[in-house]
Design a protein around this ligand. Structure first.
Ligand SMILES: NC(=O)c1ccc[n+]([C@@H]2O[C@H](COP(=O)([O-])OP(=O)(O)OC[C@H]3O[C@@H](n4cnc5c(N)ncnc54)[C@H](OP(=O)(O)O)[C@@H]3O)[C@@H](O)[C@H]2O)c1
Length: 382
């Protein structure tokens, strides 16, 4: 039988998630077809990818560069046109920060399957995207390794009798650095992640443990569980990605070698049996350690519980976008990131209950306000 292949649009194809998605598609060419590729400004790489994978469409966010690409038979389309295209069955989103919200929202609105690496979109979309997904029958499929592994456990063992949910954190590059020295760390130190090779934004978020704060909220929203039953364990080996403790006394852990191609494949092939088409090193060679995070050294992790109630994640993500960019521009210290976010949150917390966020336009307005406020607060750290 000649079955149509699943058309995939990879948003952020030049990034870490995007490149690994293309790698896994290479091994499943009989199932998937690359229909569209998008990037922001890495023209050289997207041009190479377009020549190699021959998608039907491409999009480049940066207007400065988008006119530099010309390949016969491959057409420029806006991000929205790509998502809406009938040829696209699955949208993979690997765009960092608040910018990931719009494509996830559009995918959900069109009732598509959307594999989401961009946790920021889940946090900012919150109840808005989940309620639309219910009516359009869109499927939001997590790629984050912790949530992918939780999904596997909860799918199999259910969520009625959950007592506690654990997500793990490798601890980042400063796990063993004395607290007093954090103030002096340089950009290049913060970009050296001990386990994962990822884009700059998530690598900085992992160094401050902000990434785990995001993931606590992500787990709560994706699985409809209260954030206060989600807990974080530092696990430097990054082999166990999550665990669920059930009321009957059993704890189910989910483990695999830290290779993002595994959760990417799981989201893309969800529902089908498959065998990974690559080798991973054994997971039994090292002792596995688990301990509690040092919240005095990494206070950002506490934002995960403090901001779990919607729409506070919109403020959290937006303030973090601003603060991380300022750090990467060398305008503030590493420890200022958390201070700027903390002050921005306090400002909005004073009236968050009266903020109405019911539509995507409300989310954009709130994010803009939060970014302006964070930038204002940041001035005193320059
Ligand atoms: N990398 C991982 O292992 C990993 C694991 C779990 C979750 N995630 C999440 O996945 C997301 C992507 O992470 P990453 O590490 O893949 O980031 P990355 O390596 O920095 O790649 C980002 C991609 O998005 C594109 N992009 C950036 N801004 C854009 C915009 N405004 N519009 C359209 N495209 C844009 C970039 O294009 P250019 O290359 O042209 O700039 C690039 O293709 C983040 O939310 C992260 O938290 C990543």
């Amino acid at each position: 039988m000649n079955r149509r292949k699943k058309g995939v649009a990879i948003l952020g194809s030049t990034g870490s998630i995007g490149r690994q998605t293309l790698e896994v598609i290479e091994s499943f060419k009989d199932i998937f077809e690359v229909v569209a590729l998008t990037a922001n400004r890495n023209i050289d790489l997207i041009y190479e990818q377009i020549k190699k994978y021959r998608p039907k469409y491409f999009y480049v966010a940066s207007e400065e560069f988008r006119y530099e690409i010309e390949v016969d038979g491959v057409e420029f389309r806006t991000q929205k046109e790509i998502i809406m295209s009938d040829e696209v069955d699955l949208v993979v989103v690997g765009i960092p920060g608040f910018d990931s919200l719009e494509p996830v929202y559009e995918s959900v609105r069109c009732g598509k399957k959307v594999a989401v690496a961009s946790k920021e979109a889940i946090l900012c979309g919150g109840k808005v995207i989940f309620s639309i997904a219910e009516s359009t029958k869109a499927k939001i499929l997590p790629i984050d390794s912790e949530h992918s592994s939780l999904w596997r456990i909860i799918d199999k063992y259910g969520k009625d009798n959950i007592k506690k949910v654990y997500i793990t954190a490798s601890g980042g590059p400063f796990l063993n650095l004395p607290k007093e020295e954090l103030e002096k760390v340089k950009i290049e130190d913060a970009l050296k992640h001990p386990v994962w090779s990822m884009g700059k934004k998530i690598t900085i978020d992992s160094a401050s443990l902000m990434n785990k704060a995001f993931e606590v909220i992500e787990a709560s929203y994706l699985f409809g569980i209260p954030s206060d039953i989600v807990s974080v364990k530092i696990h430097p080996e990054a082999i166990v990605h999550s665990a669920v403790e059930y009321k009957d006394g059993t704890t189910i852990m989910s483990a695999h070698f830290p290779d993002m191609r595994i959760p990417i494949l799981y989201s893309m092939l969800y529902g089908d049996d498959f065998e990974i088409p690559f080798q991973t090193p054994p997971i039994w060679d090292k002792p596995l350690r688990f301990y509690d995070p040092d919240v005095e050294k990494f206070p950002a992790i506490l934002f995960g519980w403090r901001c779990a109630e919607y729409p506070m994640p919109v403020v959290l993500v937006s303030a973090d976008d601003v603060a991380v960019e300022l750090f990467l521009e060398n305008r503030i210290k590493f420890t200022d990131i958390t201070k700027i976010i903390d002050e921005t949150l306090s400002y909005f917390e004073n009236y968050s209950r009266s903020i109405n966020v019911d539509t995507i336009e409300d989310v954009f307005d709130l994010s803009k306000e939060a970014k302006n406020r964070a930038l204002n607060i940041a001035q005193k750290f320059f």
